[in-house]
Design a protein around this ligand. Sequence first.
Ligand code: PRP
Length: 183
Amino acid sequence: MMRDVAEILLTREEIRARVQDIGYQISRDFQEKDLLLVGILKGSMIFLADLLRVIQIPVLIDFMSISSYGAATASSGVVRILKDLEEPIEGRNVVVVEDIVDTGLTLSYLMRNLQSRQPKSLRICALLDKPARRIVDVDIAYKGFSIEDRFVVGYGLDFAEHYRHLPYICVLKDEVIKGGNHS
Ligand code: PRP
């Protein structure tokens, strides 16, 4: 275990098994349909890559990159689109892939935005859900795990852009968070 890690909440085996289940579920639900997975950068990258490889039907991918306007406007949930989808999604079956749903503000804004483009269907797939932090209700069709309100990193999730590479979901030691001294 890496020296900055206090506790592993979800092991790579637990994540692998759950991702496999979600992949099967999505494959069943979208049989005979054209499926587009939309990854929200950067946190969903590893989840999306693993999910993609257990989906057993034809599937395309695209990405969006968004940035919130910061703390002052956090409650509005308005986000800025830094990189938009390459193709229109009108009439298509879209599953938005996120690493974590926290307050729900980011996704509720994003879903309104994507819905206005008139997809045939639009669903959310999120690896992690922190229900204790929710401000806006969002409907997560495919959910990996519900976790308690703790700051987690790994498997794509970061602390100041670090730790995304860890193959498990974990909590960092207090001194790492306070000191900002990450490796
Ligand atoms: C995370 C996550 C969601 C958002 C969830 O992204 O990927 O987009 O925060 O929070 P919310 O439910 O409170 O809106 P982050 O801003 O950490 O960017 P990253 O994916 O590039 O790490």
